[in-house]
Design a protein around this ligand. Structure first.
Ligand SMILES: Cc1ncc(COP(=O)(O)O)c(C=O)c1O
Length: 420
């Protein structure tokens, strides 16, 4: 087992099964069924604390926001609120969950490149602390819809391209997000918002991409933003983006290095007294989560490959199909046995592309085994869908040997519940 891919403390118990925060993965699969998302609560808390203490070593004028799109689960909002994190929501739905979890509205930052009237009204009524403005149309929409004055940040695309999959690069000039720096629209947006009777400009935002290992581009993005500097700029939200290990050899930079680099960049290019915000998602929850499946069929095609099919697939983990994401896996019934049989892990959907992992070595997998895929905590549950009428899996939190279901499994009846 590769330590970086699993929550801290993951071990093999005396039954020889894989154990996550004191919970036996094979027993949980039997009790709650599969597929199921398991989360190590201690790992999520530890990562939230690592972010906060990395900042606290430099300054107390910072905010760490939980980018809730990575795991929009009410219990996760609650957990990160307890850990002192603010929150980034990107839709009325995420906002509703944050409010339900008891988030102080002042600590909610509302994103979205196409916020609707209804979403803006909801944010307005709830007293959301900050809106992140994404387009000129949105400035007008805010002025028309909002009944109260709001502090806002302007989202800027700084023209910096990090090295990551193109689908998760967001800081380049050709982007649907934010205002471009190079074409002057960011500067015009600053002028426009400063003149707005409803909107109170307090800062700038960028998010250049996700699953990033090379952190220097963040410094370049801060540098690029500095051309917009003004005495109205009291806060800078530098987005999320820190990568995690999906494969044994992945070595993402530590949280401390990422925070140090962002802190130093702001001090280098902006005045002291500018509050620094960051919005991690993946790096808070990614390696805290694993997905459990049951092996259903093993089909050997002589001379070609062996397909091992599990009871989930692209409906619970879209990432391999969306951006060729690569995962590893382990048979949770015998994690320490030698992995000597190479298989391709397929899902149960009607698409040839419904492949979770190509060519992974497993320990003599058998029908009925619990297959565990690590590092599925971010953008798994949130991208889940009902393709082929597949009910979405439960979300189970594990803490000190206790498992609790925080989102129940969808049922076949749920699939009929919206029929009109
Ligand atoms: C605006 C914004 N902030 C934060 C995040 C979180 O990014 P990550 O999960 O890479 O930390 C995203 C992800 O897409 C985002 O779009």
């Amino acid at each position: 087992m590769a330590a970086m891919l699993y929550p801290a403390g993951t071990t093999t118990n005396n039954r020889g099964h894989l154990e996550i925060e004191g919970c036996d993965a094979v027993e949980l699969a039997a009790e709650y069924g599969t597929p199921a998302y398991l989360f190590a609560v201690g790992e999520m808390r530890a990562r939230a604390r690592a972010y906060r203490s990395a900042f606290a070593a430099h300054t107390d004028d910072f905010e760490v926001l939980f980018a809730s799109k990575a795991l929009p689960v009410t219990a996760a909002f609650r957990l990160f609120a307890e850990e002192g994190l603010s929150v980034d929501v990107a839709s009325g739905g995420e906002l509703t969950m944050a409010l339900e979890a008891g988030y102080d509205p002042k600590r909610i930052y509302m994103h979205g490149n196409n916020k609707t009237d209804a979403e803006l009204r909801l944010a307005d009524r709830a007293g959301v602390g900050h809106l992140i403005i994404d387009s000129f149309d949105e400035i007008e929409r805010c002025e028309r819809v909002l009944e109260n004055d709001h502090d806002v940040l302007i989202r800027v695309t700084p023209g910096i391209v990090p090295s990551t999959h193109s689908f998760i690069q967001t800081g380049q000039a050709d982007s649907k997000f934010g205002f471009g720096l190079e074409d002057g629209s960011a500067a015009s947006a600053v002028e426009r918002v400063l003149a707005s009777p409803r909107l109170n400009l307090v800062g700038l935002h960028f998010h250049i991409g996700s699953q990033i290992f090379e952190i220097e581009p963040f410094r370049l993005a801060v540098k690029a933003l500095a051309e917009l500097r003004g005495d109205w700029c009291r806060m800078l939200d530098l987005g999320g983006g820190l990568g995690i290990s999906y494969e044994t050899d992945d070595r993402p930079p530590p949280i401390e290095n990422y925070v140090d680099l962002k802190f130093r960049a702001v001090r280098e290019f902006f005045d002291e007294g500018v509050r620094i915000l960051i919005e991690p998602g993946r790096s808070l929850v990614g390696t805290a989560g694993v997905t459990l499946y049951t092996v259903g069929t093993i089909k050997e095609i002589p001379g070609i490959r062996t397909y091992l099919a599990v009871d989930g697939g692209m409906s619970d983990n879209l990432r391999p199909m969306l951006y060729d994401a690569i995962y590893e896996a382990v048979v949770a019934d015998r994690p320490d046995a030698p992995a000597e049989r190479t298989v391709t892990v397929a899902g149960s959907h009607c698409e040839s592309g419904d492949i979770l992992i190509r060519d992974v070595a497993l320990a003599d997998p058998q029908i009925g085994d619990t297959l565990l895929i690590p590092a599925t905590g971010a953008y798994g549950h949130s991208l889940a869908n009902n393709y082929n009428g597949m009910p979405r899996p439960p979300v189970i939190f594990c803490e000190d040997g206790e498992a609790r279901v925080v989102v129940r499994r969808e049922t076949w009846d749920d699939l009929l519940a919206r029929d009109a």
